[in-house]
Design a protein around this ligand. Structure first.
Ligand code: ZN
Length: 303
């Protein structure tokens, strides 16, 4: 039997997966943002090099955020089909976020020029072997991923309200992809249903705030929402989502750096790999605490 609630969750999961793939592209070491910073580091800060960096980041942000808008439009198209309506897609405004991302780069450049005049070392400005300098692509890349999720979710909600909002009352449901990169926050919120004007209540780490209207809920968050007409809400679908999240919290964390990870989890213990074998490192209160510690020690990116 068709179950629209189930179909809407599956559709939201497609969006989360697509955002995850887009994040990989945005963060890629051979991507345009890293490349532009690397070029500046070899050329030094000249006015032309500074202009080139700003233009490269602006161009990359436009391309990536346009992809996010496309992900949002695909989501609306799929859901409109489930609701048997024609999609009314509104494209979110990309120019403002692109502007703030460019300003972030401009600010880094200003500070770098100022401290160079004050006699700062090259390491302080461009970063050393193990640390970032003032000119750091990571926070800029973080902003691009933030806006990608923000625009994809906001565009979807506005478009869905226009597509079916007039006839239907909706709830919003948080939808994460449950894998070994899912944060504690998003495992906890997965499946939570709120009314149109209500905020999601967040628990666990990391998070921007304890109540938020929509994702992203933390840095690098790819969680999305589904707009479910009240007549379609099926509690069985929601409890299935919760079961899945709870299962993942129990499952021993498997590092996606398998074979490279220095720390891994066995029950509630963290073990350390040295001298060719695993040694016990620390015992924690729970498996989840152990997984969190191992993830931190392995410097995993969770989303
Ligand atoms: Zn998240």
């Amino acid at each position: 039997m068709p179950n629209p609630h189930n179909d809407l969750i599956a559709s939201a999961i497609e969006t989360v997966v697509a955002l995850g793939l887009l994040f990989d592209e945005i963060r890629a070491g051979n991507g345009p943002i890293w490349t532009a910073y690397a070029i500046l580091a070899t050329k030094g800060i000249t006015p032309e090099a500074a202009q080139t960096l700003r233009a490269a980041v602006r161009g990359a942000a436009v391309v990536h955020l346009a992809s996010a808008a496309g992900i949002s439009a695909d989501h609306v198209t799929r859901d409109a089909l489930i609701y048997r309506e024609s999609p009314r897609i509104s494209i979110p405004d990309l120019l403002k976020p692109v502007g703030t991302i460019e300003q972030q780069v401009a600010l880094q450049l200003d500070i770098a020029e100022d401290i160079l005049e004050l006699g700062a070392s090259q390491d302080e400005v461009f970063g050393g072997e193990n640390r970032a300098g003032i000119l750091d692509p990571l926070p800029v890349i973080g902003s691009v991923t933030f806006w990608a999720t923000r625009l994809a979710v906001a565009g979807y909600i506005v478009s869905m309200a226009a597509t079916v909002g007039k006839e239907e009352e909706f709830v919003r449901q948080a939808v994460a992809v449950i894998d070994n990169k899912t944060t504690e926050t998003c495992l906890n919120v997965h499946g939570q249903i709120v009314e149109e004007k209500e905020n999601f209540k967040l628990s666990g780490t990391p998070q921007y705030a304890s109540e938020m209207h929509d994702p992203p809920f933390h840095n690098g968050c790819r969680t999305s929402v589904a707009m479910i007409a009240k007549k379609y809400v099926d509690p069985d679908v929601t409890s299935g989502m919760r079961d899945e999240a709870i299962e993942q919290e129990k499952a021993p964390f498997v590092s996606s750096r398998e074979g490279m990870a220095k720390y891994h989890v066995y029950g509630n213990k963290v073990r350390e790999f040295r001298e060719g074998r695993w040694h016990s490192f620390k015992q924690l209160k729970s498996n989840f605490d152990a997984r969190k510690l191992a993830a931190t020690l392995n410097n995993m990116t969770r989303s």
